[in-house]
Unconditional design. Structure first.
Length: 419
């Protein structure tokens, strides 16, 4: 074992365990972000040695005395991984914030290492510190890291009474987050600004999102949100979200049919969907909203619709949706194999033949048809390969003169089958 991943908090060396201090004392190389290195230098436990090195004084806490080369983690982040791996064979400490496996760098670096090459020595995570300051039960609190992700990731989680702890990139992002909450209809939410938790600079303030953030905010910062808004603003949890949530040009699988389609697709954690003829992207988006580990690729021949699907995904917190512009089946080449496939547009005999030949056994396939020609295709494939053939006829009440009547939509035939 040559690499110790040491979690460090705002209290620097003073907050480290004996094992973490020992690892630092024995290290030949210490690599970390400039902020982490400063925490060591200003904690009263580090004394300057030769140029480019720091001597760690035991100060009654560290055993022995060791000079270690200090390396600042380079930009971009991936370059730091290469730098760490190049140190293999030396005694190395990699510094990370708090718990390196809570939205930290630990899991990223360990993908490149064998299990016997590293160990982790965590400090309390910033989520734990924030929950302790606020008196919140951590297991009942949504924890989200948004250092490099859009605020829209929070959209599915926002509902009156919800509590969220959010990590953001810097102090300026706190005001941006408060403004975003207000635009979403959650301006009445209480925003707790928790700065530099666990260290001498620690500060905590509480305010209304709609009031904005006027003062400078220290980094690192955690934002606690007690969401408050009219219930109608919250997104439903069940499949078949309201049609009004999606921007579209009429190319949209409507809410009742979308619910039936998602039920037939039966998303399971960690699975990948191909949404062929993505249109507004509604099926792929709802697939992603069903579980945070799910993946989805939407294929759309119309560039404008493809852009619209991307906008919908971003707005509804499903920016993981990958939208590929092109016509199936050619556009499917080179794509990672799916666990489920939905055909919402472009259904043809040729497309089904191509899919049937390339899909792995166990892949679920769902296709919706509206025209007589596409219905015939599905009826023939059902006769040959089985599965479930469903005809859905929906009608909604609508004005009829001074009274009301039923306005019928086109019937939809749905074929679902497991390869």
């Amino acid at each position: 074992m040559w690499l110790n991943i040491v979690g460090i908090g705002e209290d620097g060396m003073a907050g480290l365990s004996a094992a973490s201090r020992m690892a630092l004392g024995e290290a030949e190389v210490i690599i970390g972000a400039p902020r982490h290195l400063r925490l060591l230098e200003t904690s009263g436990q580090a004394a300057s040695g030769a140029e480019g090195a720091t001597a760690f004084d035991d100060g009654g806490a560290l055993r022995g005395r060791t000079a270690a080369e200090l390396i600042e983690w380079p930009v971009p982040f991936a370059a730091g991984i290469e730098r760490v791996l190049a140190l293999r064979g030396r005694r190395v400490v990699m510094l990370a914030s708090g718990d390196p496996f809570w939205f930290g760098a630990g899991s990223v670096i360990c993908r490149h290492l064998a299990a016997d090459e590293w160990r982790v020595l965590p400090a309390p995570s910033v989520f734990s510190l924030a929950a302790a300051r606020l008196g919140w039960a951590l297991e009942q609190t949504v924890c989200v890291g948004l250092h490099a992700a859009p605020f829209n990731r929070l959209r599915p989680q926002l509902a009156s009474g919800a509590r969220l702890l959010v990590l953001v990139r810097d102090g300026a992002a706190v005001g941006e987050l408060a403004a975003w909450l207000t635009v979403q209809g959650f301006g009445a939410s209480t925003v707790h600004v928790l700065e530099a938790l666990g260290g001498p600079r620690e500060r905590m303030r509480s305010l209304r999102a709609a009031g904005g953030i006027a003062d400078e905010v220290l980094h690192p910062v955690t934002v606690g949100i007690e969401a408050m808004a009219a219930s109608a603003v919250a997104m439903p949890c069940a499949a078949g979200r309201p049609d009004g949530l999606f921007e579209h040009d009429g190319q949209l699988t409507k809410r009742p049919m979308r619910a039936l389609t998602l039920s037939a697709l039966a998303p399971r954690p960690g699975e990948r969907l191909w949404d062929i003829g993505a249109g507004s992207g509604s099926i792929g988006i709802e697939w992603l909203l069903s579980h945070p580990a799910n993946q989805a690729v939407g294929f759309e021949a119309d560039p404008q619709r493809a852009d619209r699907a991307r906008r919908n995904a971003l707005a509804l917190g499903a920016d993981r949706l990958q939208v590929v512009t092109g016509r199936a089946p050619a556009v499917l080449e080179g794509q990672p194999a799916p666990d489920a496939v939905f055909i919402g547009g472009g259904l043809s005999e040729a497309l089904l033949q191509t899919l049937w030949a390339r899909l792995a056994v166990g892949t679920r396939l769902v296709a919706n048809a509206v025209t007589l020609e596409s219905e015939t295709v599905l009826a023939n494939w059902h006769a040959k390969h089985g599965g479930h053939l469903l005809r859905v006829e929906l009608a909604e009440a609508a004005p009829l003169g001074g009274r009301r009547g039923w306005k019928a939509a086109y019937p939809v035939v749905q074929w679902s089958v497991t390869r």
